[in-house]
Design a protein around this ligand. Structure first.
Ligand code: GTQ
Length: 347
């Protein structure tokens, strides 16, 4: 694209005149609007879990989950401060539920994913079914599903919340309501959805039209076992190691329609090729240690740290110990709209 044309007194006078009529000249803004490559305000960033955890426990002494509705510290991308965004299109936050607490039932048009960081024995109830959560589990709250969280365990429970808040905001499509009580009634036994939809089986006459997967807890133990099996076959992807995406078993699509979720294993000593893609991605190491180079920035990471790779920034990973990384991005949306692009560095 060409640079903006020169400004002259006649042109300036014209711009002022049309400005009063709520109009502006395309040729002055064209090169900012239609860029040859993605130009993002989003920046690479890493939050250490130890720091997040300490601040969260401070927040735990300041406010209850009930009063806060959700006791969450938002992870704000440093290039997008004040906007409650971890990337341009997605939200990230860390939620704490203390022993004995309940985060009261509500529902909204935003979809949420939970990725469990620490603690065992807290639960979430989604549309009448309860699931217990453990570290590494990926749990879904679909759009407009009633949900409340509780912790009957003796330990604080921490998880990462990923929501499509900025996408819903972009479309001005936000709806939300409270149930008016702490907990919704539980109508199905625990494990019902997993047995019905998550066992390589489906109900014989299933007519399923919802956008989100009917499986709402993808246990870490299952994902980890698959990765363990797959790493033995050394056909590791040069950019990703062994990388899998979470799927909706009904149609093989992403588990959620607005956020793609992934789990990958980097074998010890593995060093990945540079990769870039248009989906800015939030990574959460679950096990192991390593480092990621994002453009000129290098992050050393360990379990439960959280880092962001912005759109079209080249990234490469190195695992000093065998590592497992969870990640999420807006890739399903970009794919559906025909916008997703990737560069595996071999072009
Ligand atoms: O747990 O329902 O981080 O509604 C932000 C908004 C969590 C939740 C967040 C929410 C929730």
């Amino acid at each position: 694209m060409e640079q903006a044309p020169q400004r002259t007194p006649e042109r300036e006078a014209f711009y002022r005149k049309i400005d009063g009529e709520s109009m502006t000249a395309l040729w002055n803004v064209m090169s900012d609007l239609i860029t040859p490559q993605p130009k993002s305000a989003c920046r690479p960033h890493l939050w250490h879990f130890d720091a997040i955890r300490a601040y969260m426990l401070e927040a735990g002494a300041l406010i209850t989950a009930k009063e806060a509705e959700r006791r969450v510290l938002i992870l704000e991308n440093p290039g997008l401060r004040g906007q409650s965004k971890i990337t341009t299109s997605l939200y990230g936050g860390v939620q704490l539920v203390m022993p004995g607490e309940v985060a009261p039932a509500h529902r909204h048009s935003q979809s949420a994913l939970r990725f469990i960081l620490e603690g065992k024995g807290a639960h979430t109830t989604v549309d009448g079914e309860r699931t217990m959560m453990e570290p590494g589990d990926f749990v879904i709250t679909p759009a407009m599903a009633w949900h409340d969280h509780g912790n009957a365990s003796p330990d604080p429970m921490f998880w990462l919340d990923g929501l499509d808040i900025p996408l819903v905001q972009f479309f001005d499509a936000s709806f939300a309501e409270g149930l008016g009580k702490d907990e919704q009634p539980v109508g199905r036994p625990e494990g019902d959805s997993f047995a019905r939809y998550g066992s390589n089986l489906l109900p014989v006459d299933l007519k399923y039209t919802a956008k989100s997967s009917p499986v709402f807890n993808y246990p870490y133990a299952h994902a980890r076992e698959a990765l363990e099996k797959l790493k033995a076959h050394s056909d590791w992807d040069a950019c990703h190691g062994v990388k899998m995406r979470y799927t909706n078993p009904v149609n093989g699509d992403y588990a959620m329609s607005t956020m793609g979720t992934f789990i990958q294993l980097l074998p010890k000593g593995f060093s990945s090729s540079r990769y870039r893609a248009t989906d800015a991605t939030v990574f959460v190491p679950v096990e192991g240690r390593g480092r990621s180079r994002i453009g000129d920035t290098v992050f050393e990471w360990g379990p439960k740290d959280i880092f962001v790779v912005p759109s079209w920034h080249p990234v490469s990973h190195e695992a000093s110990e065998e590592a497992v990384l969870f990640s999420y991005s807006d890739r399903p949306v970009q794919e559906k709209l025909g916008l997703f692009r990737e560069d595996r560095g071999n072009a």
